[in-house]
Write a protein that binds this ligand. Sequence first.
Ligand code: ATR
Length: 276
Amino acid sequence: MKKACVMGHPIAHSRSPMIHGYWLKALGIAGGYEIRDLKPEEFVPFISNLGGNGYVGGNVSLPHKEAAYRTVAARDAAAEAVGAVNTLWLEDGKLMGGNSDVHGFIANLDDRAPGWNVPGCKVVILGAGGASRSAVYAFRQRGVEVHVVNRTLARAQELARRFGASAHEWNDLAKLLSQADVLVNCTSLGMQGKDPLEIDLSPLKKSAVVYDIIYVPLETAILAQARKRGHRTVDGLGMLLQQAGFGFRKWFGGDPRVTPELRQLVEADIVAKTPK
Ligand code: ATR
């Protein structure tokens, strides 16, 4: 029986086993998907013998995505570009690394806000960490104009240089919002247990799409504000679901689809476990 796993630290609350378990069952594939909590010093030895440990591949979560990037024998273009690997598989005994967050990020936007890429589309991305890298790269691949806004300007500038975007401080936000067609939150603000993201969306055009990659809670304060103002909104759960199929196809084959039933299953779990 083929087995894959999700590796992280901490990782107990990962929804990936639920997603892959759903597809294994739905597609009638005899496989397994497990959680492996690995400390930083355990991670590289573990993936260096992934097959010997019983796995055909796996997902890599925080804090191991850069270590995975450094360790694999070869990487796909997305992993190469963003400097992080979140999916591992074996090819002729060699450890391969990919980045499905890039695909998941943009596929979710295509799915939930079709037509977002209007002529001359301008995107404003809040944050310049790992999550932001995937978003900036994905947008630039689509030829979209990207503005990165970050508390630490130097990080935004580094991203801007690397991918061909422009970098700004928070003070510039109101002006940028007035020109934005898509606004994306890639900071950790608004996540359960973190400070809220407090921005005023009133400069936004009515047609602008607001996307938050956070999925706990499902509807962050910024998405609620956007919904009330009549904007199309996109949440982070779709990104998690859309990125998962990439690994599944590599490990188990078949045609894993993001169905309303799958979304409902994961949504119910998040709602049940998120304090009001
Ligand atoms: P990830 O890899 O998940 O993106 P990260 O690299 O820690 O995580 O990045 C978190 C992002 O949220 C950063 O852009 C960070 O801004 P800085 O680069 O200035 O640290 C942003 N962020 C976190 N807390 C913030 C806060 N209180 N105010 C503004 N931005 C914040």
